[in-house]
Design a protein around this ligand. Structure first.
Ligand SMILES: [Zn+2]
Ligand SMILES: [Zn+2]
Length: 385
C-alpha cells in the first residue's frame, strides 16, 4: 500500500509499504476513505517525530475490510469512524471513561512513564510514548481494540462530516464538557482551528449565552461566527482580557478553553539557545482573563514542561484547571447522533481535499494557514460511487 511516512525533521515522503495484517484477535483492518491532517502533527514535523519511516495521520473514516475473531461490533463492509486515540476499553481508567489515560493503549508504556510518570493511551501516527501505532495517511490501517475505538457511521452522515468524530469533535466537545459549561455562561475559546471551532459550537449547544473565539486569522474567525455561532476577537487588535471582561458583565468568562497549545514560535532565540522551556501564551492569557472561581480547560498540544505558568493566579482566583487528551469513546456515539440530527455540522472543517500523493502540500497549507485552511483532507483511496 501507499502511505505518508515521516522521514526525519521536516521531511515527508509517500512510500510503498506492506499492507497491515491482523495481529490480535481484537484488531480490524480498515481501508481509509478520508484522513485529515491535524495541527498536532506539526510538532512532529518540527522534529519531535515517531521513528523514521513511520506512517503519520490520526483522524480517519473508512471501511472495515477484515476483523479478528474476537471483534463483535463490526464486520467487513461497515463504514466506520475510528477514534484517534487507542484505548483498551476494559482497564480501571477505561471503565471510568477516562480513555485517554488507558493503561493498555500504548505499545511502549515505559516511554509514557518516563515522560509523564504514567503510561497513557496510544494514538495513531505518534511517537512511541503515545503508542507507536502506524497512522492513517495510508490506504489501510490496523485498528487495535476495534470494538472500543471504531464506530459505525449512521447512514445520513457523510464521510466529510463523520471524519471529524475521530479527533477534532470529541476533543472540542470535551473542552466544553470538562469546563462544566452551563446555560447562561460566557465561554472564551483560544484558537479557531478545528478543535476550537467544535469547542465553541459545543458550548453553544450546552446553553452558553455568549461564546467568544480568540484568534488572528480572519477567515478562521469568520468560520467560527458562521458555523459555531460565536463572537470573535482578533488578539492583534484588542486587549483580549479587557474585551472579555466587557462582554461578561465585568467579571471575565466563566469557562476558558485553550485550543492553541504551545506554538514553537513562542520560544525566543535566546530561550532556545539556553534550553529554556517554551511559554504557553494562550493558557497564560486564559488564566489571566478567567473570572474568579471559573474553569480553564487545556486541550492544546503542549511539550512536557512549560515556563512562566501563572500558578499564583490559579490559587488567588480559585480557578479549576483541567486538561486531557481526548476521551473519544465517551463522546463519539453522542457526536454521531448529533451529526445525524444535523445539530453538529463539521464538514466545513474540511477546507481542502487532496490525493494522498500530495500530502506534503497539505501540511504546508496547515502550517501557513493559507487559503483559510482548517483541516486538509487526504483521499488515500477513492470512495466508491
Ligand atoms: Zn489531532
Ligand atoms: Zn484501558
Amino acid at each position: 500500500m501507499r502511505a505518508l511516512c515521516w522521514m526525519g525533521a521536516g521531511e515527508l515522503a509517500v512510500r510503498q509499504l506492506p499492507d497491515p495484517e491482523l495481529r490480535n484477535a481484537h484488531d480490524a483492518i480498515v481501508r481509509v476513505r478520508r484522513s485529515a491532517a491535524c495541527a498536532a502533527d506539526l510538532a512532529l514535523l518540527a522534529g519531535r517525530g515517531p521513528a523514521v519511516g513511520e506512517v503519520l495521520g490520526h483522524e480517519f473514516v473508512g471501511e472495515v475490510v477484515e476483523v479478528g475473531p474476537e471483534v463483535r461490533r463490526h464486520r467487513a463492509g461497515d463504514r466506520v469512524v475510528v477514534c484517534s486515540s487507542v484505548s483498551c476499553g476494559s482497564c480501571w481508567y477505561c471503565r471510568r471513561e477516562l480513555h485517554s489515560c488507558c493503561d493498555n493503549g500504548s505499545t511502549d508504556p515505559a516511554a509514557g512513564e518516563a515522560a509523564w510518570g504514567h503510561p497513557v493511551a496510544g494514538c495513531f501516527g505518534q511517537p512511541r510514548s503515545q503508542g507507536g501505532f502506524a497512522g492513517s495517511h495510508a490506504e489501510y490501517v490496523r485498528v487495535p481494540y476495534a470494538d472500543v475505538g471504531a464506530f459505525a457511521v449512521p447512514e445520513p452522515v457523510s464521510d466529510d462530516r463523520a471524519l471529524f468524530a475521530s479527533d477534532a469533535a470529541p476533543a472540542g466537545w470535551m473542552g466544553a464538557d470538562l469546563g462544566g459549561v452551563r446555560p447562561g455562561d460566557v465561554v472564551a475559546v483560544w484558537g479557531a482551528g478545528a478543535v476550537g471551532q467544535v469547542a465553541a459550537r459545543a458550548a453553544r449547544l450546552l446553553g452558553a449565552e455568549r461564546v467568544v473565539v480568540v484568534d488572528r486569522h480572519p477567515d478562521r474567525l469568520r468560520a467560527a461566527e458562521r458555523h459555531a455561532g460565536a463572537e470573535t476577537l482578533d488578539y492583534r487588535r484588542v486587549d483580549v482580557a479587557a474585551e472579555l471582561r466587557e462582554r461578561s458583565g465585568g467579571r471575565g468568562p466563566d469557562v476558558c478553553v485553550d485550543a492553541v497549545g504551545t506554538p514553537a514560535a513562542t520560544r525566543s532565540l535566546g530561550d532556545r539557545l539556553t534550553g529554556a522551556a517554551p511559554r504557553p501564551a494562550a493558557v497564560r492569557e486564559a488564566v489571566h482573563a478567567c473570572r474568579k472561581g471559573g474553569s480553564v480547560v487545556v486541550l492544546g498540544a503542549h511539550p512536557g514542561v512549560v515556563d512562566t505558568f501563572p500558578l499564583g493566579a490559579v490559587t488567588a482566583k480559585g480557578l479549576t484547571v483541567r486538561g486531557a487528551r481526548q476521551h473519544g469513546p465517551r463522546y463519539i456515539p453522542m457526536l454521531l447522533d448529533r451529526m445525524a440530527r444535523d445539530e453538529l455540522r463539521t464538514e466545513y472543517l474540511a477546507t481542502h481535499h487532496l490525493p494522498l500523493d500530495r500530502a506534503p502540500e497539505a501540511y504546508t497549507l496547515l502550517r501557513t494557514r493559507a487559503e483559510g485552511c482548517l483541516r486538509p483532507v487526504l483521499h488515500p483511496t477513492p470512495a466508491p460511487c
